[in-house]
Ligand binder design. Structure first.
Ligand SMILES: [Zn+2]
Length: 153
């Protein structure tokens, strides 16, 4: 009978020791997980800060669009505003002599000349002429064509 207890006690001790070791192992594991989660968070925050330093947000007031560009001498960093249309649009403008299409360059952020459109100012009313002098934004050449087809009809 004594032999029996002895033989059952040893596995019990081994079991409880194993359980204890498991507990320690889990504790260490969880601790490491927590630590790496914290480290990850710090790395991410630093990356975000770096991101805002090298990128600028530009808000174009006339179309209310916003784009993100890499910071340069022009944009500095942070957020700037430009009174005009963003690079997504073709802007048609009449300067009194020529009717031209412009599109904003995504790097220089300046409007660039694309082409002239044949245009006879005599055939359009004063209101349309004024609108064209301010510049009208279109999203495609098709849209521009449709606009002038409607004007001439
Ligand atoms: Zn836009």
């Amino acid at each position: 009978m004594k032999e029996f207890f002895k033989s059952i006690r040893l596995p019990l001790i081994i079991c409880s020791m194993a359980a204890l070791l498991c507990g320690i192992a889990v504790g260490i594991f969880m601790g490491n997980m927590l630590k790496s989660a914290v480290e990850f968070h710090i790395e991410k925050t630093q990356a975000d800060e770096k991101n805002t330093k090298t990128h600028s947000r530009i808000h174009f007031i006339l179309c209310d669009h916003e784009i993100e560009v890499e910071s340069n001498d022009l944009t500095g960093g942070g957020k700037i505003e430009i009174v005009g249309y963003c690079p997504l649009h073709y802007v048609v403008r009449y300067n009194g002599n020529n009717l031209s299409v412009y599109k904003r360059n995504t790097i220089s952020l300046k409007e660039e000349y694309i082409m002239n459109i044949e245009f006879d100012a005599e055939y359009v009313d004063v209101k349309t002429k004024e609108e064209l002098k301010r510049g009208i934004a279109f999203s495609s050449f098709d849209e521009i064509n449709r606009y002038f087809e409607n004007l001439s009809s």
